[in-house]
Design a protein around this ligand. Structure first.
Ligand code: PHE
Length: 485
């Protein structure tokens, strides 16, 4: 409608001097006219020049007085024609703001005598303020001084009106041409008759609605790359359910160890026990727990098969390492470097740094004659690739490693040493019952995937990273991960 009106009008007239006036004459909505002008201008059908006009409009307070009269007149009318009224009485008759403003303005105008009693000083008053407001509302001009007083009383405010003056443009036509936009079969057949719309190479494409990787997956990918660059093979970790045997017993963790309590470990109700274990190996594990061997005295307790049979959600990926080392021991020995990154479960109270399920990164090297020096060396190599080159080690205890070391790294941002992992050399009580050659040593370490991810992505609460409280938009916005740069 508006487009047709504008183009037609320009066909017979030099210009449209004022889009506002034009809209009023043609009975069109000015906002719609403005939109059409912008579009016609973009395609050079018309030339358009801005016009701006300052005008005055009433504030909410101004609108009220234009309808109900100014406070000073309202107050004057509330004072009796003859005699007087007490100030308290008068206050009761008026709204608080009308009374307050009315008193000061009517006093200033010398319309009333203000004291304890209030009386009229003049017989008749004219509501000049109301009249000025009505004039302004109708778009009439008012004198400079009145304008200033309405402005100071905040009864009017300036408003800029925007419109256009327009003329024919270089591409003017009485009717907009419809360009062909798509390369359809029909359009290609009629290409000679058609005019094709030009490509807009600056147009932004549709945002791609694709899947997004979770930060944990991005960091895991980087870590996998690092392990592979160091020549490590990935262990198969696709069993969340594990038997107590592989999770604990094979790792020389005594059956009365507190970690094997249901307060720390999730045991399965169904199936509650494992179906099969390698019997001859189970026998050797039982022996080493009960009475030792291989130079060890063992723990001296009654080892129970039922305890080893119990199924659980693995509490660490070291359960996978024990299966892998056992498999390795069955064949002629070859050195191995293994790693895994996968989920583990612990029956823990959830807080801002703990979850009942999280991910572990685990690395191990298995070869003849390895020493603690090799472990320290490989930890320096691994962690410096993560951007952590200042390391310290603290003696620690694990049932399955001796010696064991906690790993600390100096965090430049926090200005202090933070614990980043755990490590050690697997005990002979673990390796020899498996059947590995006597001079084979295994050095290993483990850490959580969540800790470095939170540091890399600046996430303070682990529940914002993993679980049902995660904001999916955050996953979409997360940048790619580049470790150690
Ligand atoms: N399994 C240990 C843990 O749960 C980590 C670890 C792995 C320690 C290998 C020593 C050797 O923290």
């Amino acid at each position: 409608m508006a487009e047709e009106a504008i183009l037609k009008f320009l066909q017979n007239n030099e210009e449209i001097a004022d889009s506002g006036q034009f809209s009023a004459e043609q009975n069109l909505d000015h906002n719609e006219v403005i939109n059409v002008i912008k579009s016609l201008h973009a395609f050079l059908y018309i030339d358009a020049k801005d016009i701006k006009r300052e005008s005055w409009v009433l504030t909410d307070e101004g609108k009220k007085y234009a309808a109900e009269g100014s406070p000073e007149v309202q107050l004057f009318l509330a004072v009796p024609v003859e005699g007087s009224i007490s100030k308290d009485e008068l206050q009761k008759k008026l709204a608080p703001s009308v009374f307050k403003i009315g008193c000061s303005q009517a006093g200033k105008n010398k319309w009333v005598e203000m004291g304890k009693q209030v009386s009229r000083k003049v017989q008749h008053v004219e509501d000049k303020v109301k009249n000025l407001l009505l004039q302004t509302q109708e778009g009439m001009e008012i004198d400079e001084e009145s304008l200033k007083s309405l402005k100071t009383r905040k009864l009017i405010e300036p408003q800029t009106w925007k419109g256009y003056s327009i003329k024919k443009g270089p591409n003017y036509a009485p009717k907009r041409k419809n360009f062909a936009t798509d390369l359809t079969r029909e359009n290609l057949q009629n290409w000679k008759e058609l005019e094709f719309k030009e490509y807009n190479f600056n147009a932004k494409g549709q945002p791609v609605d694709a899947g997004h990787l979770h930060p944990l997956l991005k960091v895991r990918k980087q870590l996998k790359d690092i392990f592979r660059q160091m020549g490590f093979e990935e262990m198969p970790t696709n069993n969340f359910v594990e038997s107590s045997f592989w999770n604990f017993d094979a790792l020389f963790q005594p059956q009365q160890h507190p970690a094997r309590d249901s307060h720390d470990t999730f045991f399965l109700k169904a199936p509650s026990t494992t179906r099969e274990l390698p019997e001859d190996y189970v026998e050797r594990v039982k022996q080493v727990h009960e009475s030792g061997g291989y130079g060890s005295r063992g723990y001296n307790y009654d080892w129970k098969r039922e305890e080893a049979n119990k199924n659980l959600l693995r509490t660490h990926t070291t359960a996978v390492s024990s299966r892998m080392l056992y498999a390795l021991a069955k064949k002629p020995f070859t050195p191995k470097k293994y790693f895994s990154i996968d989920r583990v479960f612990r029956n823990e109270a959830v807080d801002r740094t703990h979850l009942a399920e999280f991910h572990q990164i685990e690395g191990l090297v298995c070869d003849r004659g390895l020493t603690l020096g090799d472990l320290i060396g490989i930890l320096h190599d691994f962690f410096s690739r993560l951007g952590m080159s200042k390391l310290r080690f603290k003696p620690a205890y694990n049932p399955y490693t001796e010696p064991s070391m906690e790993i600390f790294s100096y965090h430049e941002g926090l200005g202090k040493w933070v614990e980043i992992g755990n490590s050690g050399m697997f005990r002979p009580e673990m390796l020899l019952p498996m059947g590995l050659p006597e001079d084979v040593r295994v050095i290993a370490w483990g850490l959580s995937l969540e800790r470095p991810t939170m540091i890399l992505y600046g996430i303070g609460n682990i529940r914002d990273l993993f679980g049902h409280k995660v904001d999916l938009d955050l996953i979409k916005r997360n940048p790619i991960c580049r470790i150690g740069i």
